[in-house]
Ligand binder design. Structure first.
Ligand code: KG4
Ligand code: ZN
Length: 354
């Protein structure tokens, strides 16, 4: 079984060929649009959609060439059907449907969050159920992954996602975009304890997240230090280290509570998993590994290149769905919002991110 995975929900134009037999990833091409968005300090949805349109054909052709196969050898096409920037999602879904129609293949609309949620099973044999910390640019959730298509959300962010906290922090520190990698690099030379920043939600009941207060605290700290000129190199590094420390401490605190609930509900559950772009962060990975060890769980996270957006995780979710006979009709409508756990989204009401 070979599935073409297409990912266009944010600022990566990506396609991959994934197999249900090792080696699972046969071709994997990720074209980043970072340079196109850099002048604006963030992603411009219209520019993203146009860039996907310009490059997707070529990216798919390259993924097939890397896999050494043609369309005829595919079993199905899986495309991110949401949630995400709708212009880009439409481009990927239209392309996926067109290929499926022309080549008489099954079509699978993959929830982008499900792509991240199942990504770990592409690299390790992780059994259900597992506790997942899903941390990306648009999402920050603790989820119990019970089975393919069965997700129970324990907590989500009440304002910004963890990736946004890195991205907005980097902008405040004048470090550029995207924030995660540049903060991580700057933090490596900084002292995380010299400048104090709050650890959001630490010690609070429940598993929800919040990062907007941290952003304000960072802005005030920057303004205090930059009052008489630009930030010194040392201040920038120390602030980056303090920011990373605060985000990681907050994520770890929330995850610890998630572990307690996971253990109570699934005494035989064995694994803590991290996925999404922020899970590429080394300090976070170390902290979560220590947390898991202390709780008698295994910690598994995909390699960094599979944490950030790519087509392989979408193709893999396609394989997991195809095995269960879960395909979608060609009139599937792209979704700007698409919660993994619809019950949790309803319970939380408006105001919370899906
Ligand atoms: O999963 P992803 O590629 O896209 C979304 O689905 O949102 O995640 C992108 C996010 C960005 O906010 C980026 O700053 C963050 O992941 N990120 C990181 C690192 N690499 C990417 N955050 C912290 N440390 C990193 N090394
Ligand atoms: Zn993502």
């Amino acid at each position: 079984m070979k599935v073409l995975g297409i990912e266009t929900s944010c600022d990566e134009t990506a396609a991959a060929v994934v197999s249900d037999e090792a080696p699972f990833i046969r071709g994997n091409i990720v074209l980043s649009q970072i340079e196109e968005h850099r002048p604006y300090g963030g992603i411009v949805p219209e520019i993203a959609a146009r860039a996907h349109l310009d490059h997707l054909d070529r990216v798919i052709a390259l993924a097939l060439a890397e896999a050494g196969i043609g369309f005829a050898e595919l079993s199905a096409v899986a495309a991110t059907g949401g949630p995400g920037l709708i212009g880009g999602v439409i481009v990927g879904v239209m392309e996926g449907k067109a290929i499926a129609f022309a080549r008489k293949l099954s079509f699978i609309a993959v929830n982008h969050l499900e792509g991240h949620a199942l990504s770990v099973r592409l690299v390790a044999e992780v059994p259900f159920p597992y506790l997942l910390l899903l941390v990306s640019g648009g999402h920050c959730q603790l989820v119990i992954v019970e089975a393919v298509g069965r997700y129970r959300r324990l907590g989500t962010t009440v304002d910004d996602a963890a990736g946004e906290a890195f991205d907005k922090g980097a902008k405040l520190l004048g470090l550029g975009y995207p924030g995660g990698p540049v903060i991580e690099r700057a933090a490596a030379t900084g002292n995380p304890t010299r400048i104090k920043l709050p650890h959001p939600m630490a010690g609070r009941a429940g598993c929800d997240f919040s990062f907007s207060g941290l952003k304000t605290a960072l802005r005030l700290a920057v303004e205090r230090r930059a009052a008489d000129g630009a930030l010194s190199r040392e201040d920038t590094a120390d602030l980056a280290a303090a920011l990373q420390d605060a985000i990681v401490a907050s994520l770890a605190d929330r995850t610890e509570r998630g572990i307690a609930r996971f253990r109570a509900e699934h005494p035989r559950g064995r694994t803590l998993v991290a996925a999404g772009g922020v899970a590429a962060n080394t300090t976070l990975r170390h902290r979560l590994a220590a947390l898991a060890l202390g709780s008698g769980l295994d910690f598994v996270a995909p390699p960094a290149a599979l944490c950030t957006d790519n087509g392989a995780i979408i193709g893999w979710a396609g394989i997991e769905r195809l095995r269960l006979g879960l395909t979608d009709p060609l009139d599937f409508a792209p979704r700007p919002r698409w919660p993994l756990d619809p019950n949790a989204a309803r319970a939380a009401g408006a105001g919370l991110k899906a």
